[in-house]
Design a protein around this ligand. Structure first.
Ligand SMILES: Cc1cc2ncn([C@H]3O[C@H](COP(=O)(O)O)[C@@H](O)[C@H]3O)c2cc1C
Ligand SMILES: O=C(O)c1cccnc1
Length: 346
């Protein structure tokens, strides 16, 4: 599995910064939008970068452990039910992508439900959910590699269709637990630091969730190496996102990172190929415990803090208009010279 991810050249940075500084505003006054403009200009090696055909890919899959209901308040069947909701246009991600004219693709990566092949989703099911990691690894190494390859294929398809900006989203009951286990193993943080209440609004499941996840960690205490860790604790949606992220970075696309679960997919991707991080813009800080620590670990500075904890790519959908705004100011604002406005000496 090879991904050829290059580091964007820094030679263009000075010219981009100069262009930003010549805009009719005090130096630095557009704050983080200026950082985004600079980053996107570097990624595209252009003084006039563009956001083309932005899309959100929502990867859906089930987790073996979720059938037990010990770490997740909502039943496993909600994953498939939400896929139908995505198809009908009734989920939060449908509303936000529709509002902001972002293309939305839903991928069945491994939902424990048979979907009619005629349904307008991407049918990429690897299995009817993962195995229960309380008893055995969630997936085999082969399944894990297949998921990564399939995700990569999907990102390359989006690039071929002319998109240069992908937001990542997921749906999978129980996947905050998978994400916490991945974070704990890969960041060497204890499971308490990495585990939040997920979809429980009262938080009452948290203690039981931590106890179960600790048991899971002792069962798989010998697991080592990024791919084995991903295969043991991950989900098909997470593994597919890893591949999609790596291929998107290879294609020099802008990767818009959503909440906690998407960030753990990026964590895995960055352990395999650290260069992927150059292409990432972080949408928001989720309220899920662990996300802030993970973002710090990744060196990330998210754009938004909205106390959201939903997933589906909702944070990414809200951040894409901000990225478009950053690119628009870079391309469309007048300079002090063109608008004949007095500047202070450099
Ligand atoms: C109706 C509903 C819609 C969702 N949309 C995203 N998630 C989010 O919650 C799930 C993870 O939380 P946990 O680990 O606690 O199960 C994921 O499916 C995630 O995308 C949802 C969850 C529910 C219940
Ligand atoms: O931050 C997230 O992505 C998240 C948090 C809770 C539940 N589902 C997703």
């Amino acid at each position: 599995m090879l991904f050829n991810i290059s580091t964007p050249g820094v030679e263009i940075q000075a010219a981009l910064q100069d262009k930003i500084n010549q805009k009719t505003k005090p130096i630095g006054a557009l704050g983080k939008l200026e950082n985004i403009a600079l980053q996107v200009g570097c990624i595209q090696q252009s003084l006039n970068p563009q956001v083309r055909k932005p899309c959100i890919l929502v990867f859906a899959a089930d987790h073996g452990i979720a059938a037990e209901g010990v770490v997740n308040p909502y039943p496993q069947s909600v994953t498939a039910q939400m896929v139908y909701n995505f198809i009908e246009g009734g989920a939060a991600i449908n509303v936000f992508t529709h509002l902001h004219q972002i293309d939305l693709k839903v991928i069945d990566a491994g939902v424990a439900h048979h979907f009619d092949p005629g349904l307008p989703i991407t049918h990429a099911k690897l299995a009817y959910g993962t195995k229960n990691y309380r008893h055995e690894p969630a997936m085999s190494k082969d399944e894990c590699v297949s998921a990564i390859q399939k995700g990569a294929e999907l990102a390359r398809e989006m690039a071929l269709k002319g998109s240069n900006t992908i937001g990542f989203g997921e749906m999978g009951i129980g996947n905050t637990s998978a994400a916490s286990l991945l974070m704990s193993a890969l960041c060497h943080e204890d499971i308490e630091t990495c585990t939040g209440a997920g979809t429980s609004h009262t938080g009452e499941i948290l203690q039981q969730k931590i106890t179960v996840l600790k048991e899971v960690q002792s069962k798989h205490a010998e697991i080592n190496g990024t791919l084995d860790i991903l295969a043991t604790f991950g989900g098909f949606e997470i593994a597919m996102m890893v591949g999609a992220m790596l291929a998107a970075a290879e294609q020099k696309m802008i990767l818009v990172i959503d909440g906690f679960i998407v960030s753990t997919a990026l964590l895995v991707a960055s352990k395999l190929f650290p260069g992927v991080l150059h292409y990432c813009i972080y949408a928001h800080t989720s309220d899920e415990k662990g996300h802030r620590v993970l973002l710090d670990y990744l060196g990330a500075e998210p754009l938004l803090q909205l106390n959201m904890r939903l997933g589906e790519g909702t944070g990414a959908a809200l951040a894409i208009p901000l990225i478009q705004s950053a690119v628009a100011f870079l391309n469309q604002m007048s300079s002090f010279e063109s608008a004949k406005i007095s500047n202070i000496p450099a």
